[in-house]
Design a protein around this ligand. Structure first.
Ligand code: SF4
Length: 272
């Protein structure tokens, strides 16, 4: 039987306690809600393992890095398409693709999105206030963090916290209002600025903009959910695994004994 890497045995509980004294992000809370063991193992997973997430994650990561770099230089509309291409190629991790054909297709897809986004920005009335801005605030006695890809202001919409989205099915206005990650971002940005921003998604795949105004009731839900899950994390000493269909996409499954057990039972003695 192959040895299953598990939670590091050297004072792991101290290490995870140190890790969870850092601000909670929406990603942490969603991991814990899905499976406490996933939350725990994610604290220790090697960076390479976290990056091994396939070509769509690699595509999004390179697009975001390129647009953030562009925003820090005045925005994509102020730069040439060649500059965007070179920055995108520099940021793209081709190892995430299965073969060179997939890599080429993914690169073409990314370059198309960048070109369309750049064109759409030419007559934008938004003023860019910050790029890749991290909000960190206390909610009651717990600290939370969320990052906006952009903070903007426009005469029509006012203050905006925005994220780039490269998925085929991006967060539209309805899902945006219910999304914990965007909700936490609006909650923390409101505490920081003293006024409520509009949540915005730049859908790079669809070359569209989706805005949503979160109401008091929406933010009360986000706040309550975030506090409940964060308090559960603080109180947990076991971080038990909760296996399910979600294990299929779990980035730390190779470190998880519960998944290794499940895989053995699924395959049977002869692998059938
Ligand atoms: S593989 Fe499944 S049980 Fe294991 S950590 Fe991931 S989600 Fe949890």
């Amino acid at each position: 039987m192959s040895k299953v890497p598990e939670i590091p045995s050297d004072n792991w509980l101290d290490r995870v306690r140190t890790a969870i004294s850092r601000p909670f992000t929406a990603g942490n809370l969603l991991d814990y809600g899905l499976c406490p063991r996933k939350f725990l193992l994610s604290q220790f997973a090697a960076r390479e393992q976290m990056r091994a997430l396939g070509r769509f994650r690699a595509l999004h990561s390179a697009l975001r890095a390129t647009l953030v770099a562009a925003d820090k230089m005045g925005g994509p509309a102020a730069l040439s398409l060649e500059w965007l291409r070179d920055e995108f190629l520099r940021n793209f991790d081709g190892a995430a693709c299965a073969d060179t054909l997939e890599e080429e297709q993914t690169l073409r897809q990314g370059l198309r999105m960048l070109a369309e986004f750049q064109a759409s920005q030419q007559d934008s009335s938004c003023e860019l206030i910050a790029a890749d801005f991290r909000f960190e605030e206390n909610v009651e006695d717990l600290r939370f963090a969320a990052v906006a890809d952009r903070v903007e202001c426009s005469p029509q919409t006012g203050l905006i916290v925005a994220r780039f989205d490269s998925r085929r099915e991006p967060l539209g206005p309805t899902r945006l209002v219910r999304d914990l990650s965007m909700g936490l971002l609006v909650l923390l940005a409101e505490a920081y600025y003293g006024k409520r921003p509009t949540a915005r998604i730049y859908s790079l795949h669809k070359n569209a903009i989706y805005d949503a105004r979160l109401e008091d009731a929406d933010l009360a839900r986000v706040r309550s959910r975030a506090l409940t899950v964060a308090r559960s994390v603080r109180a947990d000493v076991e971080f038990n695994p909760a296996p399910g269909d979600h294990c299929r996409w779990c980035r730390v499954r190779s470190d998880c004994s519960a998944w290794q057990e499940r895989r053995r039972s699924l395959l049977g003695p002869g692998g059938n």
